[in-house]
Design a protein around this ligand. Structure first.
Ligand code: HEC
Length: 509
């Protein structure tokens, strides 16, 4: 028995020691992949987490945020239902960060730290948009006691119906746009409202949104026979409901939204969007928690459900939705155990959900109208009713859906909603270490790498070697072991990544 225990302890400690992570070895890369899209000097987060020096002072709060799953912000319970593009740390990443912090957060060999990603403020897609709308310049009126929620209703000028395949919201000021909801208003009548700071948008026509650090919205397409999208009719307006948080007072924004359309001739399956679950009949008495629910029986058509978007305002505590089929099967849609108004977004299912005719969809929410709710806009709490202002409440669960077709439930939504059908802004290649002595690593952005060629030239422009030349690279790193016969000095690298050239100097010591 004693031997068994000994063996166990031995194995355990071996695992522990081999898990001695350092910032430069692997922790930096985990931060680059999961944190720095918001935690960069121009990002929405209040501090940068790009360099070791940035991260060190926040060790304790990072440990808590990672342990409690509050960072990266992602409100849905991914164990209840899986979504495409989830913003969550993997188990291994969590273990690496926590072990690293427990060991005092060592930096390791600073010269080996991979170069941090470069954040562009001009969006991801380089392809010319089919429709681009720029919001007027607006100066945030957020105060110490209230965020600023305003709606801009913008004419599209469209003279015929178009089919939307994707859109991108590009904040004019990344540091103050906390989120933005995108609506189509086919009537063109919804008004711009920047007066009281409590506008959250129309009650219909929500097609998507923007959350900091997330890529553009792409509706599922395989580029040939499977194309989903929204139709937008002539004369429609686009309404953007913008959220400027506390601390943004007096700062100026002018957000841009860009749309890409399918060709008029491309047959698409039209997505529908509506709050299939809603309740406008509730009362939330002051100093109490209250449950609110809603349900809807589906008629005589099978549907495919693409996404879910639960919506409450500041008193929301938790919300969930599921369906029960006529054969008593449960279809889980969403469970948000800790509602957070600031991080609401469309959750695209990993695979579409088939909702058989005759099913009933249920929604259940809980509101906390007590002083314990730190987001409660009234202190002391007041009785609150449903309404359109942020200080009123809402109970809505939106869905993107369409009539079911065979095989819908097997489509890989994560793959079909990437930027692979768009021309993206040229990748920036990273080179480290530089100066280098034994080996040098080139890093490419995390996109598809179909054609990659990297060459090294000497200072007079003669080719020294071709590091790689491939039409399929399954990694975002290429390492070149510098041969002995390459003498120290100044060299140049030249990279061609999917037709985009980049080059720079490389010092070998
Ligand atoms: C999508 C944007 C985004 C991403 C990604 C993100 N953060 Fe944050 N983070 C924020 C914002 C915004 C705040 C400020 C508080 C808030 O609004 O929730 C914040 C606050 C924090 C705080 C302060 C304490 C707290 O919990 O509020 C810590 C610590 C933190 N983030 C760590 C991280 C780490 C570590 C990662 C990656 C594993 C990460 N964040 C990823 C946006 C982000």
């Amino acid at each position: 028995m004693g031997r068994f225990i000994g063996l166990f302890v031995f194995c355990f400690s071996v695992v522990h020691v081999s898990a001695q992570d350092t910032w430069s070895d692997n922790v930096a890369q985990i931060f680059y992949n999961n944190c720095t899209s918001c935690h960069n000097p121009n990002g929405i987060a209040p501090f940068s987490l790009i360099t070791y020096k940035d991260v060190k002072p926040f060790s304790a709060s990072i440990e808590t945020a990672v342990f409690n799953n509050t960072m990266p912000p992602w409100i849905a319970d991914s164990k209840y239902q899986k979504y495409a593009h989830e913003r969550v740390l993997s188990f291994d990443e969590k273990v690496a960060i926590t072990n690293w912090l427990k060991n005092g957060g060592p930096e390791g060999d600073a010269s080996k730290t991979p170069p941090p990603p470069v954040y562009k403020t001009k969006g991801f897609i380089s392809e010319k948009a089919d429709l681009e709308i720029k919001l007027p310049v607006y100066s945030s009126k957020a105060s110490a006691t209230g965020d600023d929620y305003v709606c801009f209703s913008m004419p599209t000028g469209l003279t015929s119906t178009k089919k939307i395949r994707g859109f991108e919201v590009i904040p004019g000021n990344h540091a103050i746009v906390h989120h933005s909801l995108v609506y189509i208003d086919p009537t063109g009548n919804y008004p711009t409202d920047t007066s009281a700071g409590v506008c959250t948008g129309p009650t219909t026509g929500l097609i998507g949104g923007y959350v900091p650090g997330s890529p553009p919205t792409v509706f599922p397409t395989n580029g040939s026979d499977f194309n989903l999208g929204f139709e937008i009719t002539a004369g429609s307006n686009i309404v953007l409901a913008m959220h400027y948080p506390e601390g943004s007072y007096g700062k100026v924004d002018s957000t841009i939204i860009r749309f890409w359309f399918y060709d008029d001739a491309t047959p698409i399956r039209k997505l529908q969007t509506s709050s299939l679950i809603e309740n406008w009949q509730f009362v939330l008495p002051a100093n109490k928690e209250t449950e609110v629910s809603g349900s809807r029986k589906i008629g005589n058509v099978d549907y495919s459900i693409l996404s879910v978007f639960p919506h409450m305002h500041l008193l929301g505590k938790r919300i969930g939705s599921f369906a029960i089929t006529p054969t008593q099967d449960t279809i889980p849609f969403v469970s948000i155990p800790h509602w957070n108004f600031e991080w609401q977004e469309f959750l695209f299912f990993e695979k579409m959900k088939k909702l058989p005719k005759g099913s009933t969809i249920y929604g259940e929410g809980r509101y906390d109208n007590t002083v314990n709710n730190l987001h409660n806009p009234s202190n002391p709490p007041k009785t609150v009713y449903p309404g359109l202002n942020t200080t009123d409440e809402m109970f809505l669960i939106y869905f993107h859906y369409l009539p079911y077709q065979d095989g819908d439930e097997n489509r890989d939504i994560e793959k079909l909603t990437t930027l692979s059908n768009f021309k993206v802004i040229p990748p920036v290649i990273g080179v480290y270490p530089n100066p280098a002595s034994n080996e040098v690593t080139f890093t490419l952005p995390e996109t598809v790498h179909k054609n990659v060629q990297i060459r090294i030239y000497n200072s007079v422009g003669s080719l020294v070697t071709e590091v790689i030349n491939t039409n399929q690279l399954d990694s975002s790193r290429v390492t070149w072991s510098i041969p002995e016969n390459v003498t120290p000095g100044l060299y140049y690298y030249s990279a061609n990544v999917e037709g985009t050239l980049s080059s720079g100097s490389l010092v070998i010591k």
